[in-house]
Design a protein around this ligand. Sequence first.
Ligand SMILES: CC/C=C\C=C\CC(=O)SCCNC(=O)CCNC(=O)[C@H](O)C(C)(C)COP(=O)(O)OP(=O)(O)OC[C@H]1O[C@@H](n2cnc3c(N)ncnc32)[C@H](O)[C@@H]1OP(=O)(O)O
Length: 277
Amino acid sequence: MANEEFKTLQIVHSDSEAGVFHIYLNRPAQRNSLTLDFFSELPRALDLLDGRRGAAAIVLAGRGPHFCAGIDLSTLAAITGGGGRSDPGRERERLRRQILSLQAAISAVERCRRPVIAAVHGACIGGGVDLATACDLRYCSEDAFFSVKEVDLALAADLGTLQRLPAIVGHGNAAEMALTARKVPAAEARAMGLVSAVFPSRQEMDTAVMAIAKDLAAKSPLAVAGTKAVLLRNRDLTVDQSLDYVATWNSSMLISDDLAEATTAQIQKRKPTFAKL
Ligand SMILES: CC/C=C\C=C\CC(=O)SCCNC(=O)CCNC(=O)[C@H](O)C(C)(C)COP(=O)(O)OP(=O)(O)OC[C@H]1O[C@@H](n2cnc3c(N)ncnc32)[C@H](O)[C@@H]1OP(=O)(O)O
């Protein structure tokens, strides 16, 4: 894996047989706070794995004591500090494009065909919550906490949390988290559905998440990609529109070897094997 090209990330091929990859946020001394390098590297890393035949599941985790401390504060100052344009109209247009580009980097997690699992330990703050909520599945260790911190920095969160969090935890919980910026501990995050499980230690989380990733990776890659795509599209559609969408999706994807293999394996009481995607 060409890790030399990344300053803020590390990609690890954690199980070559199963096709599980980890993407680690890799600025532990700065608590994995997010710089402009991160925002250009994340979409590249995801594109790399999306296009890699046999990559079947991705775990997003953090090196060091925390998952992510949110945006790097000097990056935030640079972004908002003015781009040297004297015309306020041009300056605001620059800032708008910059915010859209940061949003696109986080949304790359959703655009990736492969399922992306967030494994959160320690702090998950601000931009870290943007990132975790864009993932398909979220797990954490007992030491984790989540804070939608932006309001305390005089910002409305603008990289996806306010759009995605309500669908995950409900409007009331999302509003409470975003307006108070309080630290939500792991057990409470589990109770509101922000994470699917809490593990006693980081090591136990890593082991369990790896098992979940391998399990996903053993399923039909077409079915997994289809389920991810339909769930995401569904968020913005009515029930009727989404049923129409999944009918169209399946009318093209059902004509696959995977369906025959899955049903035959079921009948023969054996594990199915699917061609890589
Ligand atoms: C256009 C806008 C787009 C996006 C906007 C996003 C908004 C946000 O993300 S809001 C959230 C911003 N983040 C924060 O407010 C978190 C600040 N950090 C902390 O609260 C703590 O550092 C911690 C994450 C809880 C970790 O605590 P601890 O383990 O005790 O480490 P520290 O000693 O505090 O920090 C070590 C080292 O890391 C530096 N650092 C930590 N967070 C950031 C950060 N967000 N940006 C830049 N640097 C950070 C900290 O300064 C220390 O550096 P030293 O050089 O070692 O002193």
